[in-house]
Design a protein around this ligand. Structure first.
Ligand SMILES: [Zn+2]
Length: 391
């Protein structure tokens, strides 16, 4: 087994306060050693042990790889015209998600794989080393299973989201669709999914429908997460905590009671700045969540309708500028708390024994990620100690 050292790291963010200063555990002039895909040594660059190969990144910053805990990557079609219409101020009701559903159902496996592969390459260029991907653009038994199978070729964090919206053919029978999702569709999806998710919101699925679907998923061995309170507060956070969802996502509308429930739970609050940005909606104030002690994650929500970005750095910059995050809170939210939202302890930081998933930044500190919005600072990205992207 070969060992590799990354040396002369100007600023190393470990997210381990026992390894460096502050909550981010920062060390200057550091080195790390990678063996068998994991971090096997961390210390002063002058003192790194004998290794098979060494790579100097003098003056640069190393951060844990971003953990994107909320994305929708397997789909076909293009919705740029819909975005343009929305930005022109036209109320755009036709099309929407149904455009994506029609295109996805009729796309071949090859086309879906190619589209997903392109987005995964974008994520690596953006410093994302772990990502979740949901189904929900097929909405029938065969194609939900097919799109999840394709997602599982790219990530272990796959999520069955048959309850994304009620498809047109069930317009007059939402409960019939709920029964299909919780029954035959779940059975077909289950072999390819780790998680189950429901869009529990005004105009999507109500709390009782969401409870039915998530409970069926839990009984089938999947773990729950939920789209909650993006458009309105219909009680989705209460359900998330009741079912011990790993994460409640969006949270644009939150009562004080919701915040207290989250603070006393193991459910991460995942905010998705790209969605508010791309739909010109009001941003939630994350300071209310931080003040109550809630675990807050950031994710891209990469999807063709409401947040077509793979840039975690962009999401962090918006979170800092418009949601009340400090740059430090934004980096933790995009790394270690993202890992918590996936209930993972092997990623999201660079402690000894963790996966060697990290990015090298062309910057003297991590603060540049939000200080220099829109500027691509990712120099290279590494997964399991292997270089998956080099500028
Ligand atoms: Zn989503």
């Amino acid at each position: 087994m070969s060992s590799v050292a990354i040396t002369e790291i100007g600023s190393l963010v470990t997210n381990d306060s026992t390894l460096g200063h502050g909550a981010l555990g920062i060390r200057e002039n550091a080195a790390i050693v990678i063996e068998d895909g994991k971090i096997s040594w961390i210390g002063d660059s002058a003192k790194f042990p004998a290794v098979d190969a060494a790579l100097s990144v003098a003056g640069k910053t190393v951060i844990p790889g971003f953990v994107d805990s909320h994305a929708h990557l397997v789909f076909a079609g293009d919705r740029s015209e819909e975005f343009a219409a929305r930005m022109r101020g036209e109320s755009y009701s036709a099309g929407g998600i149904k455009t994506t559903v029609a295109a996805t159902r009729s796309a071949s496996n090859e086309v879906l794989r190619e589209n997903t592969s392109r987005l995964v390459a974008e994520m690596h260029r953006a410093g994302i080393t772990t990502f979740e991907s949901k189904s929900g653009y097929a909405l029938d038994v065969e194609n939900e299973a097919r799109t999840l199978q394709i997602a599982s070729e790219f990530t272990t964090e796959t999520t069955f989201l048959g309850a994304h919206v009620v498809p047109t053919e069930f317009a007059d029978g939402a409960d019939e669709y709920v029964a299909l999702v919780a029954g035959e569709m779940l059975t077909a999806a289950k072999p390819h999914a780790k998680w189950i998710d429901v869009f529990c919101d005004r105009g999507a699925f109500d709390v009782d429908q969401a409870r039915t679907i998530l409970s069926a998923g839990i009984a089938a061995g999947l773990q729950p997460r939920i789209h909650a309170n993006q458009l309105a507060n219909i009680g989705a956070v209460k359900l998330a905590v009741e079912l011990d969802c790993a994460s409640a996502d969006h949270l644009s509308h939150l009562s004080d009671e919701d915040i207290d429930l989250l603070a006393g739970s193991n459910t991460v609050a995942t905010l998705l700045p790209g969605a508010e940005f791309s739909t010109r909606s009001a941003y939630p104030d994350a300071r209310r969540l931080f003040a109550a002690g809630v675990s807050v994650a950031l994710a891209t929500d990469c999807n063709p309708g409401s947040s077509f970005t793979t840039s975690m750095a962009f999401c962090m910059a918006v979170a800092v500028r418009d949601m009340g995050f400090s740059p430090e809170q934004a980096l933790l939210a995009a790394t270690s708390v993202g890992a918590k939202a996936l209930r993972r302890t092997d990623i999201g930081g660079l402690s000894l024994g963790m996966k060697a998933d990290f990015s090298v930044l062309n910057a003297p500190s991590y603060i540049h990620l939000s200080y220099r919005p829109g500027v691509d600072l990712i120099d290279s990205t590494w997964i399991d100690g292997k270089n998956v992207y080099q500028r």
